[in-house]
Design a protein around this ligand. Structure first.
Ligand SMILES: NC(=O)c1ccc[n+]([C@@H]2O[C@H](COP(=O)([O-])OP(=O)(O)OC[C@H]3O[C@@H](n4cnc5c(N)ncnc54)[C@H](OP(=O)(O)O)[C@@H]3O)[C@@H](O)[C@H]2O)c1
Length: 358
């Protein structure tokens, strides 16, 4: 039987890096990466090539004939592009349908949230999901909860700063909403299982490792580190005010990523910490199958073990190649010319796209 050929979009990114690892480690796939021509000289891309990943130079925004060429011989597409690039996947999905791709995994990989006005990023992704369904291409949507790597608070000693993109120490609402967590490194291992599984075709899958409340995470951090964690309480009302003001300042289109990031953060707090959306029961209500149901024997990275490595100073940081914003502490902006802040606006596809027949 021929091996499954996977084309990964975003292989040089954080999620993409995990997925490359998962696919290669499973040994079941031939892996190719769609790499923007201007990014082809990046060290990350050279490392992919050294590991046997075929590099296909092409931009998601390239003309259809180039997209078709990049998709030649591909069985499965997995896409993990940044927040501002979601709708760039739409012409690519159309080309994938024409090229006979057997499964398209669009860029989900976020926390659970309902569509329709709770989280802007979720809604950007839903536009793509609807496009896939209109095309009639086989798909799988994969969401993953919060990365472990984003979940823990800062220690006053500064000991864990090296592993953080944010100095966040907020307890939102009562801090007791259950939220699902996944180690970034496990995402690829889940993807390798999910894309080889017929049960997940045309389905939404929620792949997560564990569930915790914010208070439990902060308590665990105190226990492991022996330090007292500062907890800055943020009321429900304050979250609503943040959401309203972030939405007011990011209403116009195209979006300015500098305004979008505070909006994303405020809406995440609303969804995960006030509404409590990011939990397996609500995911099932929305129609997801969970990884616990599909793969009961999967051994994820243990959260306590991960936090211990963070405190010991041996965890791997994330987005270490980005400039961290002084203003927002949690935003990461690419510095190279191939991906400058001002080219990351959100293109709309023309309306004729949405009327395209299957
Ligand atoms: N659940 C969580 O806690 C969590 C946390 C963070 C992110 N996420 C989700 O994960 C998704 C991926 O985010 P990330 O932070 O992993 O992404 P990332 O590190 O910013 O990487 C984005 C990737 O997309 C590639 N790319 C961008 N535009 C492209 C184009 N036009 N053509 C081809 N490739 C293109 C980039 O390639 P270059 O090398 O050319 O730049 C890069 O490899 C996001 O959509 C977000 O929703 C979830």
């Amino acid at each position: 039987m021929s091996r499954t050929k996977v084309l990964l979009v975003g292989a040089s990114g954080e999620t993409g890096g995990s997925i490359v690892n998962g696919l290669l480690e499973s040994g079941n796939f031939d892996v190719a990466a769609l790499v923007r021509p201007l990014s082809a000289r990046k060290p990350a891309v050279a490392r992919l090539e050294e590991r046997g990943v075929e590099i296909r130079k092409c931009d998601l925004k390239a003309p259809e004939e180039q997209l078709l060429e990049a998709l030649s011989g591909i069985d499965v597409v997995v896409s993990c592009v940044g927040p501002s690039e979601q709708q760039d996947q739409m012409p690519f999905a159309k080309a994938a349908k024409l090229a006979g791709v057997k499964r398209f995994v669009p860029c989900g990989f976020i926390t659970i949230a309902p569509p329709g006005g709770i989280m802007w990023l979720r809604d950007e992704k839903e536009v793509v999901y609807n496009h896939l369904k209109q095309l009639g291409i086989p798909y799988t949507i994969i969401d993953v909860g919060w990365w472990y790597q984003f979940s823990f608070p800062r220690l006053e000693s500064g000991k864990v700063d090296y592993a953080m993109t944010s100095a966040n120490n907020e307890i939102v609402g009562d801090g007791n909403k259950i939220t699902a967590l996944t180690d970034l490194r496990d995402i690829g291992r889940y993807v390798a299982l999910i894309i080889a599984d017929d049960r997940t075709l045309n389905k939404m899958v929620f792949a997560y490792n564990t569930t915790m409340t914010q208070n439990q995470i902060y308590d665990l951090m105190e226990e492991i580190s022996g330090e007292t964690v500062i907890r800055n309480d943020v009321s429900e009302e304050m979250v609503y005010n943040r959401v309203i003001s972030a939405r007011q300042s990011s209403e116009t289109y195209p979006f300015d990523p500098v305004k979008m990031i505070p909006r994303y953060l405020a809406e995440s707090q609303l969804s995960c910490c006030i509404r409590g959306d990011n939990n397996p029961d609500y995911a099932k209500y929305l129609g997801y199958i969970t990884s616990k149901e599909l793969y009961p024997d999967f051994q994820p990275v243990d959260f306590r073990e991960y936090l211990t490595t963070v405190v010991e100073g041996t965890a791997k940081g994330i987005y270490t190649d980005r400039i961290i914003s002084r203003a927002h502490q949690r935003m990461f902006i690419r510095s190279d010319s191939s991906d400058s802040l001002y080219t990351r606006f959100f293109p709309r596809t023309t309306s004729s796209e949405s009327l395209m027949s299957r």
